[in-house]
Design a protein around this ligand. Structure first.
Ligand code: VG1
Ligand code: CO
Length: 542
């Protein structure tokens, strides 16, 4: 039986950089989930009888919301829901399943790298039939529906047994519980030379993969240990937990510091990596060397031909605007296109669909390719392993040589988390107001050559996205970029991205924060970061 339930709109269901993210108690308000899911369907057309993919990162509230999505999908006329076992699919795995089974779209339940638990974060995101995050036009339409919603439809069905693989009927619709890992592992086998990787591990190559008690655990265990023969124990914290063991599943130098320390220590294995809550980010640390995500995308692009999936070369590279220009130099050398998009994977979809870019990357530990339409943590790890295997060199050698060839883009991001929203907005407003007066002036001995607010003109569909980050460009291509996060759930997070290019090989061994010190000071002088935020240092430095 299908029930139509009267409801009232919530005014705060605007999807951010990557879907709707809120604290669990907010999602637990009456009809909050129902409203949002119904609004997604209200904004879509033509899905009657079609298939919806459903999965999440396994965080607290995942199962309850999965059941609601199934019942609402049944009432709205979907023909089938394919759901990962236990309600689990990593974000890249969900993207793959949408594409592989030619589904209408998918709903991913995740707040990514944000903490989980009864008082922590939850999230809901819609991905379209290309497997990628809904473009802005669609998220805007969804938001408009959330503000106008009057009722939602839900089927009265018994809860689905999400743990048993197989197909059941539910309210006129079919629900198929699928293996969460199998399709993804098969895709990886098609892109990479698993024999070569098995040989690498057989030769004694030691690796550490930290799944941070998040969704990649089962994927990494299956692929690295079972299929590739990495030593038992290579994967750590591989059991997904609803609260990620009480930690932030954020693979950066703060939340994965234990991995960093191990990789810098005397007993370090050859290669270390970690992924985030929903499996789309990657942290790469070679023995004795942390690879910044901006460098990683450049190095992966420069060496991608060494893996079978990319043997014919790349069509182009795309990076988000705040990501360093390291990839630009690789694109230039390869003679392929380079595209600069706003923050968030949704902007890469058009370029990938149009065959203009093959590899994409973000400074926030996101790297991916045209194999899916999301960034993909394990994919980046496997491409790195493929390069290490093919070149027979260490990560440190590869990084050092890359810098020697292309120059080094010193790069760091400073985050000021949990800043009062009014104060953060005041900072941005004040900075915007003085942008036009900055070019030509000198701060801390650094001459400003340009200052603007990044606006993106999508070369494929012509859409324009404005106010995507404030850029201050200095002489010599050094940059400071400032923007407010669109994934946080409390207050505002100010992100300050700092970059300086150094061509001279003799100067590639400087500590990053030291190399960037003058730009960091200049950023504060220009934007009044301390004055506005009341903080004298960032909460996270990556
Ligand atoms: C952050 C990152 C961005 C990333 C987004 C989603 O967004 O900066 O690069 O695409 O998170 O990643 P923001 O608006 O907070 O800066 V994930 O792994 O959280 O889905
Ligand atoms: Co993520």
């Amino acid at each position: 039986m299908i029930r139509t339930v009267a409801t009232k709109p919530y005014d705060d269901q605007k999807p951010g950089t990557s879907g709707l993210r809120k604290k669990v108690p907010e999602f637990q308000q009456a009809n909050y989930v129902e409203n949002f899911v119904q609004s997604i369907f209200d904004a879509l057309q033509g899905f009657e009888g079609k298939t919806l993919i459903l999965g999440g990162d396994g965080r607290y509230y995942n199962r309850e919301v999965a059941q609601k999505v199934i019942a609402i999908a049944a009432a709205n006329g979907f023909g089938k829901v394919m759901v990962g076992q236990g309600g689990i699919l990593s974000t890249p795995a969900a993207s793959n399943v949408i594409r592989k089974y030619k589904a209408f779209g998918g709903i991913i339940l995740s707040a990514s790298h944000n903490p989980g638990g009864p008082h922590e974060d939850f999230g809901i995101k819609y991905n379209a039939e290309n497997g990628g995050p809904a473009p802005e036009k669609l998220t805007d339409a969804i938001f408009a529906c959330t503000k106008a919603i009057k009722e939602y439809k839900i089927a009265d069905i018994a809860p689905i047994d999400l743990d048993t693989i197989g197909t059941v009927k539910a309210g006129g619709m079919t629900v198929e519980v699928i293996d969460s890992v199998a399709d993804y592992a098969e895709l990886m086998e098609a892109l990479f030379d698993f024999d070569a990787l098995r040989k690498l591990f057989k030769s004694g190559f030691r690796m550490r993969f930290d799944a941070m008690h998040a969704v990649t655990g089962p994927y990494a265990k299956e692929i690295l240990e079972h299929r590739l023969g990495a030593a038992a124990g290579t994967c750590r914290n591989f059991k997904p937990l609803p609260d990620f063991g009480g930690h932030h599943p954020d693979p950066n130098l703060v939340h994965a510091k234990h991995l960093y320390d191990e990789m810098m220590g005397p007993d370090a294995p050859d290669f270390g990596a970690a992924s985030d809550g929903d499996g789309d980010r990657n942290l790469i640390i070679g023995k004795g060397i942390f690879v910044t995500p901006s460098d990683s995308v450049a190095m992966l692009a420069a060496n991608a031909r060494l893996a079978p999936g990319y043997k014919d070369g790349l069509k182009g590279i795309a990076r988000s605007m705040p990501t360093s220009g390291a990839a630009d130099r690789v694109a230039e050398k390869l003679g392929i296109g380079i595209y600069e998009t706003p923050t968030g994977w949704k902007f890469f979809g058009n370029l990938l669909d149009a065959g203009m870019a093959t590899i994409c990357g973000e400074e926030s530990a996101g790297t991916g390719s045209n194999h899916v339409r999301e960034k993909d943590g394990l994919w980046a790890v496997l491409l790195w392993l493929s390069i290490l295997a093919a070149r027979g060199e260490s990560a440190l050698q590869i990084v050092t040589e890359h810098w020697a060839t292309y120059g080094r883009n010193y790069y760091s991001r400073h985050d000021y988390e949990g800043v009062d929203s009014d104060r953060a907005n005041a900072l941005v407003d004040e900075l915007r107001a003085k942008l036009a007066s900055l070019p030509g002036t000198t701060v801390r001995g650094l001459k400003i050559v340009n200052a603007d607010d990044f606006s993106y003109h999508d070369p494929v569909d012509g859409s324009i996205s404005e106010k995507q980050g404030i850029r201050i460009l200095f002489e010599g291509n050094s940059r400071v970029v400032l923007r407010l996060s669109g994934t946080g759930t409390s207050g505002a997070t100010l992100r300050v991205y700092i970059e300086r290019y150094e061509a001279d090989k003799a100067k590639h061994g400087i500590d990053t924060q030291v190399a960037l010190a003058d730009l960091i000071a200049a950023a504060d002088d220009i934007a009044g970061i301390k004055r506005h935020t009341g903080r004298n240092k960032p909460s996270v430095i990556t």
